[in-house]
Design a protein. Structure first.
Length: 173
């Protein structure tokens, strides 16, 4: 029996770049010696307590996380190219089709504008720094494909925000 000729073909849109920019991979703030000294003091106290409880694995995890914090606070991130096209978003070497994406919103961290796009797959949220790119231009393009909607903060987000306001690891001027 011959194959049915009336099968649906996948939608083919011509690939057209709508906006392209280059920006750092993650927000970065150069940390001073006082910041790392405070973190090391906290880690030392936790390690002593965990030493008495004989929690060797937890001590190792805390030391590893401290190293990651040190590296993220001292080494500036590399730049990556972001591209919004008629088929989706390309960030670095990854491609996300419009069908995979749910919504977008903007936030600011360390004085840097950040575009967040929620993804149905992994990673759950794409984070792209805008750099010198105009936020209004990005918003106008994305609004044609996705709704702009800021998600509600979870209890974890609220707890982290409360903790950072109560416990400052660096001087506030």
């Amino acid at each position: 029996m011959p194959a049915e000729k009336n099968q649906k073909q996948p939608e083919t849109r011509t690939l057209k770049t709508l906006l392209e920019w280059e920006a750092p991979v993650r927000p970065f703030k150069k940390r001073d010696k006082e910041y790392f000294t405070t973190i090391l003091a906290i880690v030392f106290l936790l390690a002593v307590i965990l030493l008495f409880l004989k929690e060797w694995l937890l001590i190792a995890v805390i030391i590893a996380l401290t190293f990651v914090v040190y590296v993220m606070g001292t080494i500036p991130p590399e730049n990556v190219r972001h591209k919004i096209t008629t088929r989706g978003i390309f960030t670095g070497d990854k491609n996300y089709q419009w069908e995979q994406l749910r919504r977008f919103w903007f936030e600011e961290k360390y004085g840097q504008k950040i575009l967040y796009v929620e993804n149905f797959g992994f990673p759950r949220v794409l984070m792209m720094l805008l750099g010198e790119t105009d936020k209004a231009k990005v918003k106008a393009i994305l609004s044609d494909y996705l709704p702009e909607e800021t998600p509600e903060k979870t209890w974890m987000d609220k707890a982290a925000q409360w903790l950072t306001t109560k416990i400052s690891l660096e001087k506030t001027s």
